[in-house]
Design a protein around this ligand. Structure first.
Ligand code: SAH
Ligand code: SF4
Ligand code: F3S
Length: 467
């Protein structure tokens, strides 16, 4: 038998890239590849790239510089190493990548991962292969399902892509160009994936999509199902204790999603709902197609359905034309909403987007200063949110052994890491924890007697966990 070949894959960017990387590993496993953590040892290195901001995009080229050295070294040892660039930089830059980095053998866009084995063969024959089409077929129909041991190795929390692409065209954003139009997977396929994951020990599923709440997949009844209905269906799968979804757009929040938060206990009360800015003028220039008031009303609808719901968001500072007054409005909105967490970025002009033609008005120093003020405010809100857990008894889904011997770490409903001293057999179970203290962003506590938790867990989780 031939020894297995080795594959090293490095992902940048969003959760979708993490998920896609796993699908590529599964695809190449069928071709006799096993994963390695060391690029130098690999027969195939895949860089799964992100184009969202200039910094992310440029990282690829420094990494390719390092890989050139590794490839030369492999050649000296008589081994061959293939290098593939996948992801959103591959889609956006295509052939330009090979011009800048001739060391690259394959360039493959996010819609063509199922062609990876053929592309590698073509590169071996012809020296190079580039595919950045949006093929008519749905790649998900062709990608192999993960095997139970691959699922177990990835832990008890898994991503499932339910929707891909974006039709919103925010003026700063490359995603509509790199991922194409909004496409939803059929309900039946998602249920099959989730069932397979649950049967292999996964307890928490996060449904992902660039605009996940734009989901409208074909249901088994021949109708188009919204995200809320899909979540309700998935909650009925035995073994699934927790459901999440990300990322949502304020424009696509439908009543069925709000109702799911009211009616489906497995659906975690933590929503990532990016607003980007708190100034209506800037929101209009960003083409977000919602105002601050619309956003506040949406948050109120969620809160009316489930009072313990918490929010996170994304923010951009220094969008062209953003004045100190606009920025102050963003801080005011953050104070009004009160976030449990948030990501914030300095505006980065992206080639091909409408905003790239606008004159940038904030200096680098102003951008730094705004980012710092915004992050300080978010940090104080996050700290207050975390401190509020001290003294409470809350449900934690235990995920793995922590670095400290004897400690097990899990996550609360709000994705806060929580550590307890306990035997490893609690991994995969949802158990109530009495929170005693806070160490940076981590909660520390001890296991409480069952039945004491503030949160509610679904019946299916309780039978499966034996709790
Ligand atoms: N689909 C999601 C987010 C996709 S990108 C949404 O609609 O919110 C993730 C985040 O990156 C965005 O929310 C935005 O805050 C940030 N981002 C996108 N393009 C950017 C750019 N050109 N400069 C800085 N930040 C950007
Ligand atoms: Fe980008 Fe806007 Fe689409 Fe989000 S909604 S992916 S920010 S274009
Ligand atoms: Fe980046 Fe593409 Fe995701 S640009 S954020 S990897 S959709």
């Amino acid at each position: 038998m031939k020894p297995p070949r080795k594959l090293h894959i490095k992902s940048y960017g969003c959760q979708m890239n993490v998920y896609d990387a796993q699908r590529m590993v599964d695809t190449m496993a069928d071709e006799g590849f096993v994963e390695t953590t060391r690029a130098e040892d690999a027969d195939l290195v895949i860089l799964n790239t992100c184009h969202i901001r200039e910094k992310a995009s440029e990282k690829v080229y420094s990494e390719l510089g390092r890989l050139r050295v590794a490839k030369d070294e492999a050649a000296r040892e008589g081994r061959s190493m293939s290098i593939a660039v996948a992801g959103c930089v591959a889609q956006a830059e295509g052939e330009e990548i090979v011009r800048r980095a001739p060391v690259v053998d394959v360039v493959v866009g996010p819609q063509s991962y199922h062609h990876l084995p053929q592309l590698l063969q073509r590169a071996a024959r012809e020296g190079r292969a580039i595919e950045t089409e949006f093929p008519a077929e749905d790649k998900f129909g062709f990608l192999p399902a993960p095997k139970p041991d691959a699922i177990r190795a990835r832990g008890i929390s898994a991503f499932v892509t339910v929707q891909e692409g974006c039709d919103k065209f925010c003026t700063f954003c490359v995603v509509p160009y790199t991922r194409g139009a909004e496409v939803s997977r059929a309900v039946g396929r998602i249920v099959d994936d989730a069932t397979r994951l649950a049967d292999s020990g996964v307890r928490e599923i996060t449904l992902i999509g660039q605009n996940v709440n734009a989901y409208h997949g074909a249901g088994p009844d021949g109708r188009s199902w919204p995200l809320g209905k899909l979540l309700e269906r998935l909650a009925a799968i035995p073994g699934i204790a927790r459901l999440r979804y990300s990322t949502s757009h304020p424009r696509d929040v439908e009543d069925s999603l709000i109702e799911a938060h009211r009616d489906v206990p497995a659906l975690m009360p933590f929503v990532h709902l990016p607003v980007q800015s708190g100034s209506d003028r800037i929101l209009a220039a960003m083409n977000r197609k919602h105002t601050c008031d619309d956003y506040r009303k949406i948050v109120d609808r969620f809160r009316a359905a489930r009072q313990d719901i918490a929010f996170s968001s994304d923010f951009i500072v220094g969008f062209p034309g953003e004045t100190e007054e606009d920025f102050a409005a963003t801080l005011a909105l953050i104070r009004q909403i009160g976030y449990a967490a948030a990501y914030s970025f300095k505006y980065s002009a992206r080639p091909g987007t409408p905003a790239a033609d606008l004159q940038e008005t904030a200096s680098a120093a102003e951008m730094d200063e705004r980012l710092e003020r915004l992050q300080e405010l978010i940090d104080s809100q996050q700290a207050a949110f975390n401190e509020a857990a001290i003294g409470e008894t809350i449900d934690v889904l235990f995920e793995r052994e922590a670095r400290n011997p004897g400690q097990i770490v899990g996550r609360t409903a709000y994705l806060q890491p929580a550590h307890v001293m306990a035997p490893a057999d609690i991994i995969g179970r949802v158990l109530p924890v009495r929170i005693e203290s806070l160490e940076r962003y981590s909660l520390l506590g001890r296991l409480a007697a069952p039945g004491q938790a503030r949160g509610i867990e679904p019946a299916s989780s309780q039978t499966a966990t034996g709790a």
